[in-house]
Design a protein around this ligand. Structure first.
Ligand code: LMR
Length: 387
């Protein structure tokens, strides 16, 4: 039986992680996978997470199962974090943001097997790969303008205008991955107008809340969509903003419809795919969000992380301006979140890797958090050399 298996095409982000690991050079720079790193290259356990873990170790008396949908207190805390208040919603805990995306797509397939799911061009490779694995019809809407490093606003609105009634449109709630380019509030509102007129259903992927313009600002677009549409799906990840990547902590929220029936379907989907969702990370998140002191400390540290990435952005834009003697890369300062797509060719990306030990995804997406004050000018000089 196993001989019938064919090798799978590996995700390009994961291939890059391995290549970086295997590179013996000391002076290599990792701008690949979307994991936050401080100036020393460490992905720290956040202070509030450590404190919650200590407290949990003291008070936890059982490891018996939670509910199929996870702990209702976690789901409620995440609804409040994302939507800003208690909102009646169906929700399930999932293994990370990818788990939420996967369960969301499966829910779409169960409810509307003929619907097309629209994704931005480009989008996170896992989106398209899961959609294709599930056999869901997919279409792309134009999003990024490689010539400016900004959005292709006309193409975006034109393509959203072609969405069929009942189709699902996947939107990055903030910090677009891989480009770093995001709609402003005015464009979000225009996009919502078009989608509402088409009878589309928004599905928001919110993996970086707190990494862009702030915890509240990063949720604004999702809140606006939740207020305007009868039905909205939201897949959220706690991997980045709580720094608990390996704990696999996420949530899928469904607004609208018959809440009890949707909730039952979500719990059923959990049962089919992995039964009970992981609890450790979700419990830490709930403890932090529901405790004033832990929450304040978490928010303060998250804000430090965000400011650090903003400083690196501005620093990179300035270094590139000096190194290339042009404003070609000024867009880096306007992007938000962990990533920016630099607009380099595959060959230039390969030269950066082979000749300079600088690792970025083949589409020239960089993780800003992989930089520090010392490596900023190194990267800028290397880019100036290859372009
Ligand atoms: C990324 O895009 O690098 C992250 O979301 C990590 C991943 O799983 O791809």
């Amino acid at each position: 039986m196993l001989d019938a298996l064919k090798p799978q095409v590996q995700d390009k982000i994961l291939i890059l992680m391995q290549q970086y690991k295997d590179d013996p050079r000391k002076a290599k720079i990792d701008l690949g996978v979307g994991v936050y790193k401080d100036a020393t290259g460490l992905t720290p356990v956040m202070r509030a997470v450590k404190a919650a873990e200590k407290r949990l170790w003291e008070i936890e008396t059982t490891k018996t199962y939670t509910g199929l949908a996870g702990d209702p207190a976690f789901n409620a805390a995440m609804v409040r974090l994302i939507l800003g208040r208690d909102v009646p919603a169906a929700a399930v805990a999932t293994p990370g943001g990818t788990g939420a995306i996967r369960q969301g797509f499966e829910l779409v397939r169960m409810a509307a097997p003929d619907a097309t799911v629209w994704v931005s061009s480009p989008t996170w490779p896992n989106h398209t790969s899961i959609l294709s694995y599930l056999g869901i019809k997919t279409a792309e809407y134009r999003y990024f303008d490689a010539s400016t490093g900004g959005l292709d606003v006309d193409g975006l609105l034109a393509d959203l205008g072609r969405v069929a009634p009942g189709d699902v449109v996947l939107l990055h709630g903030c910090c677009h991955n891989p480009t770093g380019a995001n709609p402003d509030a005015g464009l979000w509102s225009q996009m919502a107008d078009v989608l509402a007129a088409r009878g589309a259903i928004p599905f928001v992927d919110l993996a970086y809340q707190g990494f862009g313009d702030g915890l509240e600002a990063d949720a604004e677009a999702t809140r606006m969509l939740a207020a305007r549409f009868a039905e909205v799906l939201i897949a959220a990840s706690c991997s980045k903003n709580f720094g608990i990547y390996r704990e696999r902590t996420g949530v899928l929220i469904a607004l609208g419809g018959d809440r009890a029936v949707t909730q039952g379907n979500l719990a059923w989907l959990n049962r089919q795919n992995y039964s009970f969702p992981p609890d450790h990370g979700a419990r830490l998140v709930t403890m932090i969000l529901d405790d004033a002191a832990l929450r304040a400390d978490w928010m303060a540290e998250l804000e430090e992380v965000r400011q650090n990435m903003l400083t690196l952005r501005q620093g990179l834009a300035d270094s590139l301006r000096r190194a290339t003697n042009s404003d070609r890369f000024d867009f880096v300062a306007h992007h938000r979140g962990m990533f920016s797509r630099l607009g380099l060719s595959e060959a230039q990306v390969a030269t950066l890797r082979d000749d300079h030990g600088i690792y970025m995804v083949g589409d020239s997406r960089i993780n800003l958090a992989g930089l520090n004050a010392g490596t900023l000018p190194v990267l800028a000089a290397a880019i100036a050399q290859v372009i």
